[in-house]
Write a protein that binds this ligand. Sequence first.
Ligand SMILES: [Fe+2]
Length: 425
Amino acid sequence: MKPSQLFQTALTPDDLHTFFHEVRQTSERLGEPLSDADATVQSMPDASPAKWHLAHTTWFFEAMVLKPYVPSYEPFDEDFNFLFNSYYETLGARQPRPRRGMITRPALSQILDYRKHVDDALDSLLRTGSDRRIAELVELGCHHEQQHQELLLTDLLHLFAQNPLHPAYRDPGPVDVETADLPPLSFTEFDGAIVEVGHGSVGFAYDSEGPRHRALVEPFRLANRLVTNAEWADFIDDGGYKKSLLWLSEGWAKVQAEGWSEPLYWEERFGQNWTTTLRGFQPLDPAAPVTHISYFEADAFATWSGKRLPTEIEWETAAQGIAIQGNFLDTHRLRPKPASPHLGGLQQMFGDVWEWTRSAFSPYPRFRAVEGAVGEYNGKFMSGQFVLRGGSCVTPPGHIRASYRNFFPGHARWQFSGLRLAEDA
Ligand SMILES: [Fe+2]
């Protein structure tokens, strides 16, 4: 097996052209409900303004494809390289991440003009037919933009949650609190084996998903569904946030320093739990999966339950062969959804909430970052973070795979992150 043969494309030129325009239009539709102010403010150093996401994803195509491969391309504005480079050391100096919210100008309308300028240049390039390297980079740019579509929404939710009026991004009507019975928690058993994991089939994957390789798993069991808000409330009522023995040391330090006592965005109001969502302030749905919890909270809950978090290898072993269907961005629900009482087997493996695993985000055996600036995409972040699997209710459909490795630091809470329990068999 060749090392890091990923970032490859299996799309025909026509399909790539269509994919490119679909992705670009989706981002603009996501931005439509936003005022210039909504799109400009930055609520914390980890979250970026929507305007920055719309511009940065455009810069990516300009910096990775147009400038290196199209000699006649004229940049929209040379200063944008400083404003909208995220973290690529090989592509020059940049605006510090915590100060992205200071970019009140260019206005949102100018960013949309910038998008059109780059779209037109890419459209011409894709119409003339391009070589394989360009096609790979354009497809990478599309998947990169889909990642930012999810971040745009999670960052916006964090921003709106700071507003005492709890504005809705979209569709502020109440979402029904589901009354259906949940399937009881049960566990599917998997034999111990030498398994194969990692991306090994045709089609796009990030470099960090490969190479496909063998791994040893001991016998384990995996829960049939995600942990719910009601179960999380039991953890709180039992003093879960007050018992140091449940927590990893770094997590307990966070509980004390940040005063954590419930998931991010929970708030007691009118004698019941409410939560800020992309659809505004809504009653918490007890049957829905808990979300906006850190790795440390997920781990403490699993310990309290007498269980543990799955490893990413266990999760992928279980996910291989399961159809990639679920509550993604295209359902427009914008919130995780309860499991069905009518389905057996493993539910909610894809969509709803990203599932914390106990695995550190580290290189697979024989991994090597690809050459050039795109080699900075994933490889340099392989320290101090944990892997999450399965996608969420704001992941664009088609963006997720069984081998997909998302990653965040253990204290991160603003993503749609939840958990599924596992245990040794
Ligand atoms: Fe990016």
